[in-house]
Ligand binder design. Sequence first.
Ligand code: NAP
Length: 245
Amino acid sequence: MSETKIALVTGANKGIGYEIAAGLGALGHRVGVGARNEARRSSAVEKLRAAGVDAFEVPLDVTDDGSVTEAAALIERQAGRLDVLVNNAGISGDMGPGWVQDPSTLDLDLVRTVVETNVIGVIRVTNAMLPLLRRSASPRIVNVSSAVASLTRQADPNIEIGPIMAAYAPSKSFLNAVTLQYARHLADTNILINAACPGLVATDFTAFHGPRTPQQGAATAIHLATLPNNGPTGSFAEDEGIIPW
Ligand code: NAP
């Protein structure tokens, strides 16, 4: 088996996903840039290659069965296996006035769209890639979640957790619950699966508000993507350590 690790990062054309791809590339991984928009995908791959990363394009819309099946076939042709899957692609869904998603006026189609990308998309991609991950000597899956999904923090009135995001935050709590289901299912395998929070990062997602850079936001996901064999599985982490569910 070749020594070079093969990684796929979804939503890697910009923001935190791009920096996860760059960081894994700098560590010597060959990185598939999963992205749905052709122009943004090519320019990200070009930029990564210019920085010395062995990057390749993976056309990928996480909400589309055919696209995800094709992506798995492409990685099989290109590399024959997958060592690292980072499920980073995610959306907030439209935010209402004051950057709030009010539960009492929530558009149901918005909820469906957010869950389709942030949860069902992750299940779709993970299940398509699992046969390739099972061929790796040390497979790692990272689901990019958010601390706003922590039910413990949301339930504690003494913790400042940011605006109400009635579609987005529960979608990431759902993702966390799904992460635990996989961790339980994969407990007797060498596959480690964990959830990462990047912190509040200045990207398109936050209209470029937030104290952290995309590079800083990528750090926990990169750490979890490169865990040693005795590393944790079924955990939820940020830079400062474990986040309570
Ligand atoms: P971003 O700059 O908006 O990037 C999101 C990425 O996801 C883009 O590459 C986007 O592709 C991709 N994407 C969305 N829907 C997709 C789909 N159906 N198929 C494939 N790719 C899709 O946001 P970001 O801040 O880097 O967010 C990355 C992850 O971090 C998300 O999961 C987000 O929930 C999480 N997060 C972010 C923050 C923060 O403060 N920024 C905090 C906590 C968690 P297009 O360019 O094609 O739209």
